[in-house]
Write a protein that binds this ligand. Structure first.
Ligand SMILES: *Cc1c(COP(=O)(O)O)cnc(C)c1O
Length: 292
């Protein structure tokens, strides 16, 4: 299964900004989250909101979040964080000055990979009122059954998150030493850009990481590796009980920026036994990714 350029365009991270936001007259600029000076240079009196995410989806680089937030606040911008990875466990965004914390509750809070729900949390009463009115105006609401599933999941989120974390770290470290893997991108490992920021911001990590398969391997080999895995589904979402793998075409998503070379695969580690997952990865590596 190849994640093609056409699929990537449909899922392009800027699609929402280019379509819906621009129809509302909202303009945007992108900054490099690993370069605080770049954000500083792009802030102006017209900047209403700065969006941050830690770590970056797919390439997993962890920014200097505290400094990014402080820089945005010094320009009087509101700071909104996509906190899906941290899930309220790995770090405390409001203590860093974040105004709005956004979660895909679909992932760790639900834990079951069987509900679609999200939340916007703020510690600012005025923003809270604005959100309430916007929700009313837009007619948004959640179903009681969905809320029930997320409430049930929340009771076990800490235990699940810690297990996802421990298993993912063990597998990421093991994969780093395997033939055919040129790099592992997991914020708790030194090989990941921004590892030093993860270390000063976080007390835990989610079950998510990416690997780069050596460029000497073909697309067909990478596809064969994914197909040979027995315990990993192929899927975009994450945070559920079952492990997932997803190939990404970085060239078409990021236009060559942050392409570290090689083929990128992202893993979401579920709640299976670490030995079973390691064995499964080992058989797929030796069957599909052995050097020609
Ligand atoms: C999945 C994801 C979302 C959106 O989740 P939905 O379940 O599609 O609403 C937002 N942010 C990040 C970082 C994600 O991984």
């Amino acid at each position: 299964m190849q994640f093609t350029a056409a699929t990537s365009r449909k899922l392009h991270p800027l699609r929402h900004a280019r379509t819906t936001l621009s129809q509302l007259g909202i303009t945007y600029q992108c900054y490099d989250p690993m370069d605080v000076a770049d954000l500083q240079a792009k802030l102006s009196g017209r900047t209403k909101l700065v969006w941050v995410e830690a770590p970056g989806s797919i390439t997993m680089e962890f920014p200097d979040l505290r400094t990014l937030v402080a820089t945005a606040k010094s320009a009087s911008a509101i700071v909104a964080l996509d906190n899906t990875w941290g899930a309220g466990i790995a770090f405390a965004p409001f203590e860093m000055g974040v105004d709005i914390s956004v979660h895909a509750l679909t992932k760790y809070p639900s834990g079951g990979a069987d509900v679609l729900m999200g939340s916007i949390i703020t510690n600012d009463d005025k923003l809270h009122d604005k959100f309430r009115v916007a929700y009313l105006d837009l007619g948004m609401g959640v179903g009681a059954n969905d809320a029930e599933l997320v409430l049930r999941g929340l009771a076990s989120i800490k235990a699940r998150y810690d297990l996802h974390d421990a298993t993912a770290r063990a597998l990421a470290s093991w994969l780093a030493g395997q033939d055919g893997i040129s790099r592992v991108l997991h914020p708790a490992l030194e090989s990941c850009p921004g590892h030093e920021h993860w270390a000063t911001h976080c007390s835990a990590a989610a079950g998510l990481f990416s690997v780069l398969i050596d460029e000497s391997r073909t697309h067909a080999q990478v596809d064969a590796f994914c197909d040979r895995l027995q315990l990993f589904g192929i899927g975009l979402s994450w945070g559920g009980p079952m492990s997932l793998v997803m190939p990404y075409d970085m060239q078409s998503i990021r236009g060559g920026k942050q392409s570290y070379g090689g083929h990128l695969l992202r893993f979401s580690i579920g709640l299976e036994s670490v030995e079973d997952l390691r064995e499964d990865l080992a058989q797929a590596l030796s069957e599909a990714l052995a050097a020609a």
